[in-house]
Design a protein around this ligand. Structure first.
Ligand code: NDP
Ligand code: GDR
Length: 344
């Protein structure tokens, strides 16, 4: 039986990846952080929390000795490093914590692999945020990087360290440059889930107005469940490499808002510009969306659109779910949860 470690099993991708690996017959060691109230709602929602082959292990990515003991005690042969301070907005307020977890944390695991067993295969969760102020369209594995946030910079460090350990020590270390991927399990601080959760509440009369920042930002949004399959495939090929996973379609935050309201049966019309822009209910004339500058970022990533051509060719990986389907799935999940008083 294969054994894998998934750091960050309490997060969106960690939960989906643990589910996938269990389906493939792995024993999975999913790590979570010690907090005063640990939250397993995602693995519970996926129905895997009680799986006999899922072992939940307390672990902090910032601790090298814990990383060494994690590898020694589990004897895992694949490590998926998904743990991170992953919220771009917060990284401007907590640049050092972000550097420690999101940047140096990956090196703790790489060092542990080098010390304990250099044959362990390693996946690093890299990000399209490393492209930042984009230097080419679409972005590929060869596009130069220009990160625009402490999060993007920290991830770029971890990305290059992954490549460096591959080249220096022959470690099977892969970097997946994943574009935004969403799902009903997305955290509510991220814009898509914030939108679908708020649309559900507005539809049910529990919220009046959705407040957002930059509506012009364009993102290449895919479905998280499909992206974790790509992570697994990266560790099954003969040679370690770097791969982009993306849909090659980009839409604005504004488009996603319209799509989400449409999925709830509400037509929204946008009027005005910049901070005065509002989204109006076409039927009642009521304001449903307005701008709150507090959600603007000090530096923004305006446009992301990736090419998954290399992943398609070398991994046989392809995104399948359209943004409309994904958005509908998220709105329906939030309508259902809000009816049941679900608070995550
Ligand atoms: P989430 O924010 O949902 O999950 C992050 C996970 O990391 C959580 O389980 C969190 O634990 C854990 N974590 C945070 N700090 C530590 C620490 N010090 N030690 C151990 N665990 C820690 O992220 P996603 O699931 O969306 O993303 C997974 C990874 O992929 C992240 O590295 C992210 O940066 C990266 N990524 C995500 C993309 C996306 O669109 N989703 C795109 C590209 C890359 P806790 O629950 O306790 O907070
Ligand atoms: P991102 O995702 O920064 O791309 O990082 P997020 O959903 O936070 O923002 C996407 C875009 O929406 C704009 N925006 C808002 N964002 C949030 N969160 N809240 C708002 O109210 C709001 N209004 C407008 C943002 O300015 C931005 O342009 C995500 C994370 O999962 C990272 O970990 C991952 O690496 C990248 O995706 C790829």
């Amino acid at each position: 039986m294969k054994k894998a470690i998934v750091t960050g099993v309490t997060g969106q991708d960690g939960a989906y990846l643990a589910q996938l690996l269990l389906e493939k017959g792995y024993t999975v060691y999913g790590t979570y952080r010690r907090t005063s109230s640990v939250n397993f709602w995602r693995i519970e929602e996926l129905g895997i929390a009680q799986s006999p082959n899922l072992h939940l292990v307390e672990y902090d990515l910032t601790d090298l000795s814990a990383s060494i003991r994690l590898l020694q005690s589990t004897e895992a042969t694949e490590v998926y490093n998904l743990a991170a301070q992953s919220f771009v907005g917060v990284s401007f307020e907590q640049p050092l914590t972000t550097a420690e977890i999101t940047g140096l944390g990956a090196v703790n695991l790489l060092e542990a692999i080098r010390i304990v067993n250099p044959k362990i295969r390693f996946y690093q969760a890299s990000t399209s945020e490393m492209f930042g102020k984009v230097q080419a369209i679409p972005q590929t594995e060869d596009t130069p990087f220009y990160p625009r946030s402490p999060y993007g910079v920290a991830k770029l460090y971890a990305h290059w360290m992954t490549i460096n350990y591959r080249e220096s020590y022959g470690i099977f270390a892969c970097s997946g440059i994943l574009f935004n991927h969403e799902s009903p399990l997305r955290g509510r601080e991220f814009v898509t889930r914030k939108i679908t959760d708020s649309v559900a509440k507005i539809k049910q009369g529990k919220l009046d107005v959705l407040e957002l920042g930059n509506l012009d930002a364009k993102r290449d949004w895919g479905f998280a469940k499909e992206y974790v399959e790509g992570m697994w495939r990266m560790l099954q090929v003969d040679e370690p490499d770097t791969f982009v996973l993306a849909t090659n379609r980009t839409e604005t935050v504004r488009d996603f808002v319209s799509m989400a309201f449409k999925a709830a049966g509400i037509e929204v019309r946008f009027e005005g510009t910049a901070e005065q822009e509002v989204g109006i209910d076409a039927a009642s004339g009521k304001t449903l969306v307005r701008i709150n500058p507090k959600f603007y970022r000090p530096a923004e990533v305006e446009l992301l659109i990736g090419s998954p051509a290399k992943a398609r060719e070398k991994l046989g990986w392809e995104p399948k779910t359209s943004l409309e389907e994904l958005c509908r799935m998220m709105v329906e999940a939030d309508l259902r949860r809000n009816e049941q008083g679900f608070s995550f």
